[in-house]
Design a protein around this ligand. Structure first.
Ligand code: PMP
Length: 285
């Protein structure tokens, strides 16, 4: 039986969560998905910092301090013997009699984390995939990683129905991000991605890709770009935890660039993988 973290304790995963957990009824909570490579968390501090920010923005107090949480998460991947995969971590506003307003102060948040095995650097995605466009109908606080994912669910379902890897959101004329990843385009050797404001989630992978580009002396413009810019880009790629960097070769029925993974994306993928290898080497020392 695999184990999960439930507030401060590691317990069997079959433990029940109450029907009046506010995450279950209102999506009143936040989450993180953290990559694990060779038994090591990748960018754990950044994920926990973002979790703390999300908590603050929805006025939720995390039940564990960051250092305790790190300890418990490490313990969890150890007992579940997770080598490659992800840890899913969510915190809701707790269990209380249903009512839209915040429950009384003595209601404690519920923190749950479990592990999921995912194969190593699955790399059929390096060959890229196709994407569909879909309208961004989400609220205006997409910077908070909340459990309210219905628009993202509907978007991803549309992608699946078109054998696409992602659904890319547009709001008006502007490309924001994708259903569960950030979007980048390349034009004349420069990279463009939507600025990190309330229209997008500031992906941890996005941040790493931006810093890799700087190392590779590729200019990154954190600027908005339009649907037309996307169609006429030399390259398009998306980034997310564990997916890393995936070239997008076609959007709706329009071929992007040459229709095969571009030079810039390929270079970034290589550098990204090196970063992970280095992280594994350092932590195994
Ligand atoms: N945008 C959205 C809407 C997402 O759900 C995700 C995945 N959590 C991302 C971007 C990418 O974020 P990260 O690189 O931190 O996984």
């Amino acid at each position: 039986m695999s184990k999960m973290l439930w507030n401060g304790s590691i317990i069997d995963r079959d433990s029940l969560i109450d029907i009046e957990d506010r995450g279950y009824q209102f999506g009143d909570g936040i989450y993180e998905v953290i990559g694990v490579y060779d038994g090591n968390f990748f960018m754990l501090e950044e994920h926990l910092e973002r979790l703390e920010r999300s908590a603050k923005e929805i006025k939720l107090t995390l039940p564990l301090h960051s250092n305790d949480l790190i300890k418990k998460l490490k313990q969890l991947i150890e007992v579940n013997q997770l080598k490659e995969g992800i840890v899913y971590l969510q915190v809701t506003r707790g269990t209380a009699e249903r009512g839209h307003h915040f429950p009384s102060n003595n209601t404690t948040p519920n923190l749950v984390a479990y592990t999921k095995l995912e194969e190593t650097m699955k790399k059929e995605e390096d060959n890229g995939g196709i994407a569909v466009l879909t309208e961004d109908i989400r609220w205006l606080r997409c910077d908070i990683k909340t459990l309210n994912l219905l628009p993202n669910v509907l978007a991803k379902q549309k992608a699946v129905e078109h054998q696409a890897v992602e659904a890319i959101f547009y709001r008006g004329d502007i490309i924001t991000e994708a259903s569960s990843s950030n979007v980048f385009i390349v034009k004349d050797g420069e990279v463009y991605t939507h600025p990190a404001n309330h229209y997008i989630l500031n992906g941890i992978t996005r941040r790493k890709v931006i810093s890799i580009c700087k190392d590779l002396q590729i200019k990154v413009n954190e600027e908005t770009f339009t649907v037309q810019d996307l169609f006429s880009a030399d390259e398009v790629f998306v980034t997310a935890t564990k997916l890393d960097v995936v070239p997008i070769l076609k959007v709706d029925d329009k071929i992007i660039g040459t229709g095969s993974p571009g030079k810039v994306a390929t270079e970034i993928i290589r550098a990204f993988r090196n970063t992970i290898e280095e992280m594994i080497e350092t932590s195994n020392k």
